[in-house]
Design a protein. Structure first.
Length: 361
């Protein structure tokens, strides 16, 4: 198949945009603008591919100021000529209120047109809309059908959700596991993490902490936050690996410091504040499992403050209690009032009660 001029221009544009990001060069920006102008002329000649490319340039601001209304206009022209990518993008515009008012019925219409042309993402979206009753009556059987078609092209999340929730099909965690495993073996980081969860919980497969830690580690090495946190608790409990509270601490501290993630911060605090159970309903540590770490009130206070300043009510309340009881700090009612007040302002009735009682002393 011969590469037509418009597609060649769009390939060149991709490299040009990368150069703009890396260098900020005005000359390079000028090249992007000239490519946009040429694409604009080509689109006016009526080719659906050119019209679609122009729509993309308007949507993402490639060589021109971002303009969803104009992007919509050019996608619509290409979609009406039957171009599946344009039909899918037009559905997205209707769904997400980009350049046009939100209209789920029209979004469904265009997604379905693209889906019937084997567009995988459109098939997945049609499944979503049948599942959620958006723009069409809820129909789990039809949702399952479209998710299955999308899964045959590698998009497995929708189909897995149907098996997991038992919608349109009998609930079957073994099928969920098989789908996750296939995606994980193809290198999908998110499914490597989810596969680890299934091995850890024994869902759809025999419980196997060794396999859980193996998949968590694969995902963690690629930056998956959930996998890094779960792996930390596997080390803390000695599940699938030799117990190592310090390794667990290092993993969580990295997340707490670099990403300021509230979940990692609270897990980290729990390691040093309790050394027994988790904060997340028992998926990682049981009450009879320790971490080998001693309580460290300085670390606990430091990271409770970080989480509290992110709006975590329980952290603010816990800080208030530490200052009331003098746990790891000098007893200080003024600071206790400060933290109870912060938690109260964020909706903690218990903190409001503590604030009132303490303020009346």
């Amino acid at each position: 198949m011969t590469l037509n001029k418009s597609k060649l221009i769009f390939i060149i544009l991709s490299f040009t945009l990368t150069a703009i990001i890396l260098t900020g060069c005005q000359k390079t920006q000028g090249t992007a603008t000239s490519i946009f102008k040429e694409m604009q002329e080509l689109a006016k000649q009526g080719d659906a591919g050119d019209q679609y490319n122009l729509g993309m340039m308007y949507e993402y601001g490639h060589g021109v100021e971002k303009d969803y209304t104009k992007a919509f206009k050019w996608y619509e022209k290409a979609a009406k000529q039957g171009l599946a990518d344009a039909q899918y993008n037009l559905g997205v515009m209707y769904y997400y209120h980009r350049g046009v008012e939100t209209d789920y019925t029209k979004a469904f219409k265009w997604y379905e047109k693209a889906a019937k042309q084997e567009h995988a993402h459109a098939q997945d979206r049609v499944g979503d809309m049948y599942k959620n009753g958006q723009g069409v009556e809820t129909d789990y059987t039809k949702a399952f059908k479209w998710y299955e078609q999308a899964a045959n092209q590698g998009l497995i999340s929708g189909l897995a959700s149907m098996y997991k929730e038992g919608l349109g099909v009998r609930q079957d965690y073994t099928k969920v596991f098989e789908l996750y495993e296939k995606a994980a073996n193809q290198g999908d980081v998110s499914y490597q993490f989810l596969l680890g969860v299934m091995y850890e919980k024994g869902e759809g497969v025999h419980e196997d902490y060794g396999q859980a830690i193996e998949w968590y580690e694969k995902a963690a090495n690629q930056g998956d936050v959930g996998a890094q946190e779960n792996m930390a608790f596997m080390y803390a409990a000695g599940r699938g690996v030799e117990r190592n509270g310090f390794k667990a601490s290092d993993l969580l501290e990295e997340q707490a410091k670099k990403r300021k993630l509230k979940s990692a911060i609270l897990d980290y605090v729990y390691l040093y504040g309790e050394g027994t159970g988790p904060l997340d309903e028992g998926q990682h540590l049981r009450k009879d499992e320790g971490t080998g770490l001693r309580k460290d009130y300085l670390k606990v206070i430091k990271w409770y403050e970080e989480a509290a300043n992110q709006g975590d009510v329980s952290s603010a309340y816990n800080l208030g209690m530490m200052y009331v009881k003098g746990e790891g700090v000098h007893e200080d009612y003024d600071k206790a009032l400060q933290w109870f007040g912060k938690a109260c302002d964020n909706g903690s009735q218990n903190s409001c009660d503590k604030y009132r009682i303490l303020n009346e002393r």
